[in-house]
Design a protein around this ligand. Structure first.
Ligand SMILES: Cc1ncc(COP(=O)(O)O)c(C=O)c1O
Length: 419
């Protein structure tokens, strides 16, 4: 924790803040406290990238904190494992929506990025990252035109299709705009949400794409969320082999039909060390960079079912206890708007139960005899689902131990889920 003296001496020039807080209480009150502690001053330091003397206890809550060393270890672990297993990594950005995170992934050898929305694809491509794969097919004028425009601007961009009707729409738009697009066929892998039937239907769609002068068939995309979260390593492996049997068959048939199969994309944080055996050529894993409680309990090869030890829990949501009046329950600022969930876990105090008392009000509950937090305490919480939680914030505070060393913006946070 930074003392006021340290923070003051670390900062030069403009007035600096009185941010030394202990358990939520200012340790010293300056006559200029309100001015010194202003959010304007804090934001100006963030904008300048001046983090000297800044520590976790100064952050406005609720907010997301990323442990830089754990994050880097996670990125490296997937990169090393994939390299050893001879499989590429095209990590999914839906988890983090951060160009800064993506740059670490690319530096560690990723062949591109996987995106859930055309907005993500545009952003990451515009940031200079090549090999962006959008894993939803373009439907409607907005998405189709954007997919065509991005293909023209960035010839390394690819997207998927699972329906001949969509391929016709894309063909029409590509013809009108004199574009050439790259398409992978999305095949069913045990999830009802997308994917054409494997085998002949998938190969027929591939042929349709291949026969167009405006389209290039790239291969297949097959993602299974159920396999990703199957509990126990051996069960997960078995499930992955089963749900991807169809995509292996589709590949064999496509090759027999003389089609090129450049990519076999899919996989997840749960199957990153399995998919080199299931027939995939690249991994779309995402959550591994930070980890969430849904993944904590899937179990790794070490058999520990309480913590998936392959990856470190690099992301927490920092919250402040801001009211205490009733037995066995205390109020925090981590409420429904910050996506607090009963399945979250409190770091270092796993016996506490997370609850919601309102949009901006969270609860922590405990049983008689348990150690419990007090008014002014700050706690860190592991969220349940990164895709959702990171979408509720606009920046990551990046920390090494207690010190803030960077801030990474979260893309597109203007209120819309995407645009
Ligand atoms: C299309 C697709 N690929 C891959 C993933 C894998 O992500 P994770 O590693 O976070 O499970 C997801 C997650 O939802 C996804 O939707």
């Amino acid at each position: 924790m930074t003392t006021r003296r340290e923070f003051l001496s670390a900062s030069t020039g403009a007035a600096v803040g009185l941010f030394a807080i202990s358990r939520g209480h200012a340790t010293t009150m300056s006559k200029n406290c309100l001015a010194d502690c202003s959010i304007t001053e804090f934001e100006s330091r963030i904008a300048q990238g001046d983090f000297r003397g800044m520590t976790k206890d100064m952050l406005p809550t609720p907010c997301i904190v990323v442990d830089l060393d754990m994050f880097k270890a996670n990125v490296q672990h997937v990169a090393d494992t994939a390299k050893a297993n001879g499989i590429h990594v095209r990590p999914h950005v839906k988890i983090h929506k951060s160009v800064d995170v993506a740059k670490y992934q690319m530096a560690a050898g990723a062949v591109g990025l996987t995106c859930a929305t055309i907005a993500e694809a545009e952003l990451f491509s515009a940031a200079g990252i090549q090999g962006v794969l959008w894993t939803k097919q373009p439907v409607g004028i907005n998405n189709t035109q954007r997919a065509i425009a991005l293909s023209k601007k960035d010839p390394t961009f690819m997207f998927v299709a699972d329906d001949p009707q969509v391929v016709d729409w894309v063909e029409e738009a590509a013809e009108a705009h004199k574009a050439k697009v790259r398409i992978a066929v999305s095949v069913y892998a045990g999830m009802a949400r997308q994917g054409i039937d494997c085998g002949q239907p998938a190969v027929d769609l591939a042929k349709k794409i291949d026969s167009s002068k405006h389209m290039q068939f790239e291969g297949f995309m097959a993602y299974s969320g159920a396999a990703a979260h199957t509990k126990g390593f051996e069960n997960r492996k078995q499930k992955s082999m089963e749900v991807l049997a169809g995509v292996r068959e589709s590949k064999d048939q496509a090759l027999k039909a003389g089609l090129p199969v450049n990519i076999m994309s899919g996989g997840s944080t749960g199957t990153y060390n399995i998919d080199h055996e299931t027939g995939l050529s690249e991994l779309e894993c995402g959550s591994y960079v930070f980890m969430d409680t849904e993944y904590f309990i899937v179990g790794g090869q070490d058999g520990d079912m309480k913590r998936y030890n392959d990856f470190k829990p690099a992301l927490t949501i920092l919250t402040t206890v801001d009211s205490e009046h009733h037995p066995n329950i205390i109020t925090t600022d981590y409420g429904a708007k910050a996506l607090a969930k009963a399945t979250d876990q409190v770091k270092d105090m796993p016996w506490l139960t997370v609850g919601v008392q309102g949009a901006e009000y969270g609860a922590l509950k405990w049983n008689d005899g348990d150690k419990f937090p007090k008014l002014g305490d700050r706690l860190e919480i592991y969220c349940t689902n990164l895709d959702q939680s990171t979408n509720a914030f606009d920046r990551y505070y990046v920390a090494q131990n207690d010190k803030i060393v960077d801030v990474w913006p979260i893309m597109g946070r203007a209120g819309a889920a995407q645009r």
